[in-house]
Design a protein around this ligand. Structure first.
Ligand SMILES: [Zn+2]
Ligand SMILES: [Zn+2]
Length: 126
């Protein structure tokens, strides 16, 4: 199973809220029929109350906006995407190279800060 096809947690949030574009919704609906781990992930995400999920997705979208402003520098430095960070926080080593993340945040203040912000978003309410 290729990581690129599997759902990042952030995508799973958006999938459950119906906020992916039509093509992606269709793609993942099919994917869920074939992939046990993504199907299980979606079942777990569905247990999160909808309003909490909306809040999380909105808060994360703000982080994404800030990220976009520095997109080029970030890419040049091999910075982490929000999706990778969320999966790292939840120890999802099937979709993210956790060792790379660990090493990267030792050198990169930006990503380190982002990990802290996203940790807050993800765990504060639980
Ligand atoms: Zn999958
Ligand atoms: Zn970085």
């Amino acid at each position: 199973m290729k990581p690129t096809e599997c759902l990042y947690l952030y995508k799973a949030y958006k999938y459950v809220l119906g906020k992916l574009d039509e093509k992606e919704m269709e793609f993942y609906t099919n994917h869920l029929l074939k992939c046990v781990s993504c199907a299980q992930l979606v079942i777990n995400v569905r247990k999160i109350p909808r309003d909490k999920l909306e809040n999380r997705v909105n808060a994360i979208a703000q982080v994404l906006d800030t990220e976009k402003k520095f997109e080029q520098e970030r890419r040049a430095r091999g910075c982490l995407s929000v999706e990778q960070i969320i999966d790292y926080i939840h120890n999802r080593s099937d979709t993210v190279d956790t060792e790379y993340v660990r090493r990267h945040i030792l050198d990169c203040e930006d990503c380190k800060t982002e990990v802290q912000i996203i940790k807050k978003i993800e765990f504060e309410e639980e």
